[in-house]
Design a protein around this ligand. Sequence first.
Ligand code: NDP
Ligand code: MG
Length: 396
Amino acid sequence: MSQVQRITVLGATGSIGLSTLDVIARHPERYQVFALTGYSRLDELLALCLRHRPAYAVVPDARSASRLRDGLAAAGCDCEVLEGEAGLCQVACASEVDAVMAAIVGAAGLRPTLAAVRAGKKVLLANKEALVMSGALFMQAVRDSGAVLLPIDSEHNAIFQCLPGDYSRGLAQVGVRRILLTASGGPFRETSAGALRDVTPEQACAHPNWSMGRKISVDSASMMNKGLELIEACWLFDAAPSIVEVVVHPQSVIHSLVDYVDGSVLAQLGNPDMRTPIANALAWPQRIDSGVAPLDLFAIARLDFQAPDEQRFPCLRLARAAAEAGNSAPAVLNAANEVAVEAFLQGRIRFPEIASMIEQVLEQEPVVALASLEAVFAADQRAREHAQAWLRRHGR
Ligand code: NDP
Ligand code: MG
């Protein structure tokens, strides 16, 4: 690895992408931006290219590429513009790249993230949907290529920090009894089941503690985010779903905990700011400044804990069942959820129908083994078709 690490940021225009660039910009002696990718926010991508001077930028299609090229040329910036999924995969596995931040949202991130894994890169994984969809194949690819996979999701980064360095020997071997995954409870933690029928996308996206993209904000509101994270934790740490417990902790100061057989419980605490896990993974095993203010325990004063309510938040129950069923079930859950969240954001379904739609798609889809990436995408596609059919019957 060269002295200065060259980084590709997949999903640079998003919430995680921008936080990553904020941390990178604090350490020009350590990090250089190799490539930035965006999708719809082209003006933002242009501004980021002018600020960070990457060798490559990637956009979805020829039209966006020509717009970005014009903007770059007008500013005298000689950044090469690539297009589509092929462009994303190219910048994810290029030989010049040391580390890849995987921060595209949803299934769209799977191929480029896997390309980085297969190329043996240091992969900073924010795109949990990629791992949820293809867990077995993904983790096999990590083992085969020797890629270094570091979790960015704050809970998983916390767990990673609370585990011993040799945890890959097996959690039982290193004395782990349970993983305690904390959840803020989201904006509707105290909303009654009846009132959940009338909540709006704006209310769902107004998270009390974290500022995030719209899809993950809705996932947090439905607690599907915690369900996806449960599956993510099982793959990352080779844990059985039965040892992963969800603990609602409204302050979002403890980012997760590991319970050991001797009764010790290790936790990682910090202000709810994604720059902490990003800096942790970027510099691992060293530590660097992230720009996050020191934690003020006197201002926080108290830490509360509650059991999750699976009656009001059935997505958690559906995700746990999918984790236990394994095989194609998590990919089906994820695809149905992506369609449901989009429909909710467009005002086509009510909030509680997110869970109803996912449950019905899961009931219709047989659980099958996923032996290849093609099989993963086929399961994803079938689930999306079922979800669309449900929408035609029940949506507005
Ligand atoms: P955002 O919606 O803010 O950003 C998503 C990024 O993906 C943007 O750069 C967007 O481009 C790009 N993108 C969207 N669709 C496509 C597509 N079809 N092809 C290529 N690129 C696409 O999301 P977040 O940053 O909040 O989340 C990113 C990932 O990180 C998600 O998987 C999320 O679950 C995970 N995560 C996020 C956390 C957070 O605090 N935000 C915490 C933990 C995990 P554009 O904006 O230009 O359209
Ligand atoms: Mg999280």
